[in-house]
Design a protein around this ligand. Structure first.
Ligand SMILES: O=C(O)C1=C[C@@H](OP(=O)(O)O)[C@@H](O)[C@H](O)C1
Ligand SMILES: C=C(OP(=O)(O)O)C(=O)O
Length: 432
């Protein structure tokens, strides 16, 4: 059952310490590496993001028992336990792509499926690459989209594949994660531009931590067949989740927040939020084992933002600009249309409720704040997208009564979001 909440905020200051959950992206990679490592790799600081819990439950059937008690109707379960062959990963895109590669080279026949939205998120580019490698995969419903059937028969036919880089980096990560297990290793040739590049860098850095050597030259990444080394992968808190705290700081008159565990040398590309938010007067000081955010008043001069390396920050930054009435242009938003929802359309629809337009011209998006107003009340539609809920929630600082649709949507990456907000003076009430 979906339920909405009304969010209000007392005062315009935000002070406190917020312990964020582990990075969903790091955890999902770590779980795959662990599963492929023949027991050599362990994972520490596992995230409680629903997407990660779902993936862990599928890859580590022994924790399924515990999960069945905590699972919500959103985190769908794998039925590996009951020995049937359908694996349902719900709305977890990264997990869908990684498991496609994992089962493609395994010896277990499965049908891999997900939420209704997952059935609209393309997977054909990855399936084609895996078929070229030797996997047997067919589509159960619509060509190019989940659900897919993986036969469990795999004989490597080639060690070189070409793959488009501009649709989703997750396809490339999925291939790199299985590469060390392939008898002939793998050379991935990336065609055209590579979107979300820091996520590929994260994959390679984590493989390296697990003892895997690679070579990245121009558009070719090569990984030989090789064993994993014994190691423990320690997951850092989630920088994409941290972005909402930067947003709260930016919209407050006064803010001092401490986010333990975050580092300046993060594997997560979304740590670039520190640089982006410096332009909004938020300083980030790394000390005491985390990052201290502080609001300082300074003129906001930056007007161009390229989100191609950090697409998950796009909603956060666009909503902050809209809230501040700061006109800016945004590029690198192409992949937003195939995420949890069409995020461009969702932003356009919701920002229109405060008179702000996001106008596209030749892949450049201009935020037009000429008709902007601050309503007394606003209903925020969230479209099954956790980032819609979290990017708009800070608006409660400036909008007296904010209603947010389907509050549980945040569970996908940040289940404690609403309770964390209460620590700094937000108040959320179930809407009846
Ligand atoms: O590899 C990952 O962990 C992710 C890659 C990005 O996707 P795309 O490469 O599809 O942009 C990002 O948006 C997603 O939330 C997580
Ligand atoms: C796009 C996202 O996730 P995924 O692709 O894993 O569903 C996200 O968390 O913003």
């Amino acid at each position: 059952m979906k339920h909405n909440i009304t969010l209000t905020k007392q005062g315009k200051s935000a002070n406190g310490t917020i312990q964020l959950t582990g990075s969903k992206s790091e955890c999902n990679r770590a779980l795959l590496i662990e599963a492929l490592s023949d027991g050599k790799v362990k994972v520490e600081n596992i995230s409680d993001a629903a997407d990660t819990v779902t993936l862990a439950g599928i890859l580590k059937p022994e924790i399924n028992d515990q999960r069945s008690e905590i699972s919500s109707d959103r985190s769908l379960t794998s039925n590996l336990q009951s020995q049937t062959s359908e694996v349902n990963i719900g709305p977890a895109g990264t997990a869908m792509r990684f498991l496609t590669a994992y089962y493609a080279i395994g010896n277990q026949g499965v049908v891999l499926t997900g939420s209704e939205r997952m059935k609209q998120r393309p997977i054909g580019i990855l399936v084609d690459a895996l078929r070229t490698l030797g996997a047997e995969i067919s589509y159960e419903e619509k060509d190019g989209y989940p659900p897919i059937r993986l036969s469990g028969n795999f004989t490597q036919k080639t060690d070189k594949i070409s793959i488009k880089g501009n649709i989703s980096s997750q396809y490339i990560t999925a291939l790199l994660l299985i590469a060390p297990k392939l008898p002939q290793g793998l050379e991935v040739h990336i065609e055209g531009d590579l979107t979300s590049r820091p996520y590929v860098e994260m994959t390679l850095a984590m493989l390296k931590q697990a003892g895997i050597q690679y070579n990245w030259n121009d558009n070719v990444i090569a990984i030989a067949h090789q064993p994993y080394q014994e190691t423990t992968l320690l997951v850092e808190p989630d920088w994409s989740a941290a972005s909402y705290w930067y947003s709260i700081a930016a919209l407050s008159d006064e803010a001092e927040l401490f986010l333990p565990g975050l580092t300046s040398y993060s594997l997560q590309g979304d740590s670039v939020i520190t640089e982006i938010m410096a332009s909004f007067g938020i300083t980030s000081v790394f000390k005491d084992g985390g990052v201290h955010l502080k609001k300082e008043t300074k003129p906001l001069l930056r007007t161009e933002f390229d989100m191609i390396k950090c697409p998950d920050l796009a909603q956060t930054v666009i909503v902050i600009c809209a809230a501040l009435g700061h006109e800016a242009t945004f590029t690198g938003l192409e992949t937003l249309k195939i995420k949890e929802t069409d995020r461009v359309l969702a932003l356009q629809t919701e920002l229109a409720k405060m008179g702000v337009k996001l106008i596209e011209e030749n892949e450049v998006y201009r935020l037009d704040c000429s008709g902007r107003f601050i309503p007394q009340q606003m209903f925020v539609g969230t479209y099954d997208d956790h980032r819609m809920a979290m990017a708009f929630a800070p608006l409660a600082i400036i909008i007296p009564e904010l209603e947010i649709e389907d509050a549980d949507v945040v569970e996908k990456s940040y289940p404690a979001f609403w309770t964390d907000l209460e620590k700094v003076g937000f108040f959320s009430k179930a809407k009846v």
